[in-house]
Design a binder for this molecule. Structure first.
Ligand SMILES: C[S@@+](CC[C@H](N)C(=O)[O-])C[C@H]1O[C@@H](n2cnc3c(N)ncnc32)[C@H](O)[C@@H]1O
Length: 261
């Protein structure tokens, strides 16, 4: 499937989640707040929230900074944000791979749980470097390898299809963000285990987060009912004594600075 088709599939997936998203955003809230201590204290900055979703963190950024832009690929997410957030924020519908900004025009890019959907991460990083001013910051969180391993391994008992996206390793991220033109000055990794009543509850939350699509999944359409039953059966291996279904999210957070050329 072409990169363009992948992007529109992701955009539709997130779009359909915009109304329910704020209700099921436990993970986003945690990881977005975790980035706050890295935010610079001066307020005269031009800031972009990359993959702004419903604008929950864009609004927090707007209380701290002079000019804040929320950018997202999903029309529906942006419509939700426009209706529910401060009207001082500028909203832009754009693809993170092709940022509608001049070279060296942005002081800070904040991005909470978006870049895991960008398969061509070095291309995205080059675009971030292009628009950041020298000394500009990229403060981000993303999901890394280990995320949803329970779900991955349960599906692996059923078929060879890819049902969960491939997440990068922390080492891969470090090598992308530490290079000639940038330095990863802070980073941290943490596993979060969220609890679910059952696998359908998990699937519903993943849908609510817009995270239910696998861009290069082999077979089309929904997995058959039988396959789902088998997968749910396998997931029971992970059930806790209390009867709760766990799902692991490995969150990587980073603070990258663009070096002077
Ligand atoms: C998991 S949500 C996180 C939203 C927000 N950062 C938050 O913390 O509430 C990811 C967002 O990234 C957006 N997104 C995914 N791929 C994108 C791309 N290539 N360019 C711009 N936005 C993208 C989705 O539409 C979605 O709103």
């Amino acid at each position: 499937m072409s990169e363009k088709k992948n992007l529109s599939k992701i955009a539709r997936s997130f779009g359909s989640a915009s109304e329910s998203y704020d209700i099921s955003a436990r993970l986003q809230r945690y990881s977005g707040k975790n980035l706050m201590p890295w935010l610079p204290n001066r307020n005269d900055l031009t800031v972009v929230d990359l993959g702004s979703g419903t604008g929950f963190f864009t609004e927090i950024l707007a209380t701290r900074y002079h000019q804040v832009i929320g950018l997202d690929i999903s029309t529906q997410m942006l419509n939700f944000a426009k209706q529910n957030r401060s009207n001082e924020i500028v909203w832009l519908e754009a693809d993170a791979y092709k940022l509608p900004f001049a070279d060296r025009s942005i002081d800070l890019i904040y991005s909470n749980l978006m870049i895991q959907w960008c398969e061509a991460l070095p291309v995205l990083k080059a675009e971030i470097i292009r628009v950041l001013k020298p000394g500009g910051l990229f403060i981000f969180s993303t999901l890394v390898d280990g995320t949803l391993f329970e779900l991955k391994s349960s599906w692996a008992q059923v078929d060879d299809d890819k049902h969960v996206i491939d997440f990068k390793t922390p080492e891969e991220l470090e090598s992308i963000f530490n290079s000639d033109d940038s330095k990863l000055i802070e980073s941290s990794s943490k596993d979060l285990i969220l609890e679910y009543e059952n696998v359908l509850h998990l699937a519903k939350e993943l849908k609510g987060l817009g995270a239910n699509q696998v861009p290069k999944k082999q077979s089309r359409g929904l997995a058959g009912k039988d396959k789902w039953q088998k997968m749910m059966q396998s997931y029971q291996d992970f059930i806790e004594p209390s009867g709760i279904y766990p799902a692991t999210y490995s969150v990587f957070s980073g603070l990258m600075v663009k070096l002077n050329d």
